[in-house]
Design a protein around this ligand. Structure first.
Ligand SMILES: Cc1cc2nc3c(=O)[nH]c(=O)nc-3n(C[C@H](O)[C@H](O)[C@H](O)COP(=O)(O)OP(=O)(O)OC[C@H]3O[C@@H](n4cnc5c(N)ncnc54)[C@H](O)[C@@H]3O)c2cc1C
Ligand code: SF4
Length: 479
């Protein structure tokens, strides 16, 4: 290791707050690449090739992890990249944002034996980032254009993965989205410090180069009817995600400066993308120098607290009804947030927003954990006479998301949905009860993960291809 490299490693090890590390990394740009190369090789060669790849079975895409680790350790990166892409449409994105501690890495045999996991996600990111840099990722070459079209509603990971897989066959694909940019939650939900926006844009530009058409600012059900879409296309995929914020109605809910998580995160992401965002610039959706309180314990709550701290909030508190062990979010994300100075108030429940016109404080009560409920999780119960107040200039509600009423929005009453509002599909074929209409991603599963959305999109593509082939054969027979 060179002297500068040793200094760089020293900085990484000594600086506890990631924010600061990110800043200091800029001082070491030249050695950073060399360091990452060495790290990726070192990590890849730690894989014991154990023959019982729990990592692979616990990856929703069943990525061929041991093989691409072996190729990376041997310096055969181009082959590793091909292998990574054979099961995943966006490995560089999954490598960055999958909760690996709950999926591949959490099931690594080396981790289980107490020696620390192979950092699979980082290697996956490294392989694909290198492939982009070296120009190994090239637009799909279509052997024969097929005169059949698929309309996809939603350009999140489910819609994008399905589009790419179908385009490989030569079908004509149009993706409709109500946002002005493609990517769904990859672009406007997940913050830039977890997933840099150029990474998403690089992917969507690549899909454009593959011949997939993107129609932005078109809301199906408003700007175009679902019926029009069905008339225009030979098959449809609904991949609209879930966006309606879950609410709890409490006294003071109508006070100003109480925002749903997506409003706060979208403003921050738009700003990061270079948009002019009035409500950020006038301070409304900007945490700078404010006491911020985030309600909720999932990954969205972690994204909100970590965004607020990056906006130089005066203080950031996270309120959650259960304890740390029972938080729904990824343990890694909670640890990151703690390391960055966020104050967690476990076993705390919001009772009331207080203020005149604007929120100024919150009434909180302490909780204890009782017996497990029907889901098996311990139920939080109030502790008598335990209320207290905390200061709040901004409150961000991150209590989860539920689906919009799609049958009403699409004016398609026949479309079957579950009691939760998610679209009912045949889980093998991803087809809805309407022939030729398929669905994938969060709108089927409820709020989930990017990697599952990709899996659904790929599965739906296989079924749509089969459906169109059968349709074509029938046409030929009739003729
Ligand atoms: C703040 C936040 C952070 C997250 N962090 C992570 C993470 O770190 N790791 C992880 O794996 N997952 C994370 N997730 C979850 C992940 O983003 C989702 O599971 C995933 O994006 C779902 O993909 P999707 O394609 O089903 O839907 P989405 O990504 O939601 O995309 C749906 C698209 O459909 C469009 N749309 C909706 N209705 C219409 C309509 N009527 N007409 C036209 N277009 C429409 C929307 O504009 C959107 O672009 C996070 C989610 C949130 C909210
Ligand atoms: S896609 Fe996600 S779960 Fe699968 S190997 Fe990559 S990081 Fe792990």
């Amino acid at each position: 290791m060179s002297e500068k490299m040793l200094k760089f490693v020293d900085v990484i090890q000594q600086t506890p707050k990631k924010r600061k590390v990110e800043k200091r990394i800029d001082d070491f740009k030249e050695v950073y690449e060399e360091f990452i190369n060495e790290k990726a090789k070192e990590q890849s060669s730690r894989c014991s090739q154990c023959g019982i790849p729990f990592c692979q079975t616990h990856c929703p895409l069943h990525n061929n992890i041991p093989d691409w680790l072996k190729l990376t350790a041997e310096g055969r990166l181009e082959e590793a990249n091909e292998l990574a892409h054979s099961t995943n449409n966006m490995p560089e994105i999954c490598g960055r944002i999958c909760p690996q501690d709950r999926l591949c890495e959490g099931n690594c045999v080396i981790e289980k034996s107490g020696h620390g996991t192979v950092t699979i996600g980082s290697v996956e990111k490294y392989i694909t980032d290198t492939a982009w840099e070296k120009g190994w990722i090239k637009p799909i070459k279509i052997k024969k254009e097929i005169d059949l079209s698929i309309g996809i509603v939603g350009s999140g990971p489910a819609g994008l993965a399905c589009a790419e897989e179908l385009r490989k066959f030569g079908y004509q694909i149009t993706i409709y989205d109500r946002y002005d940019r493609p990517g769904g939650l990859l672009i406007y939900g997940i913050p830039n410090f977890k997933l840099e926006k150029f990474v998403v844009e690089r992917r969507t530009n690549f899909l454009k180069d593959c011949g997939i058409k993107f129609r932005q600012n078109i809301e199906i059900g408003k700007d175009k009817t679902f019926e029009e879409l069905r008339e225009k296309h030979d098959a449809i995929l609904i991949a609209t995600g879930v966006y309606k914020p879950r609410e709890v109605n409490l006294p003071g809910s109508d006070l100003k400066n109480i925002f749903p998580a997506m409003e706060f995160l979208t403003a921050s992401n738009r700003k990061g993308l270079g948009d002019s965002v009035k409500e950020f610039e006038n301070g409304k959706l900007n945490a700078d120098n404010k006491n911020v309180v985030v309600i909720g314990g999932g990954d969205t709550a972690m994204d909100c607290v970590r965004t607020a701290i990056r906006q130089n909030a005066k203080s950031v508190k996270c309120i959650y009804r259960r304890d740390k062990e029972n938080m729904p979010g990824s343990a890694r994300e909670v640890n990151n947030a703690e390391e960055e100075g966020i104050e967690f108030m476990w076993l705390s429940n919001l009772k009331k927003y207080i203020g005149s016109e604007k929120v100024s404080s919150l009434l909180i009560e302490k909780m204890k954990l009782g017996k497990p409920d029907s889901s098996g999780r311990k139920k939080p119960e109030s502790l008598p006479n335990s209320t207290f107040q905390i200061k709040a200039d901004i409150v961000i509600k991150a209590l989860g998301f539920i689906p919009e009423d799609l049958p009403a929005l699409f004016k398609e009453k026949k479309l079957l949905v579950s009691s939760w509002g998610t679209i009912k599909t045949n889980m093998k074929s991803m087809e809805t009860n309407i022939p030729g209409v398929f669905a994938a991603g969060d709108i089927v599963r409820g709020a989930s993960l990017v990697v599952w959305a990709i899996k659904d999109g790929r599965d739906a593509a296989v079924s749509i291809q089969k459906y169109l082939e059968t349709k074509q054969l029938k046409k030929i027979k009739v003729a």
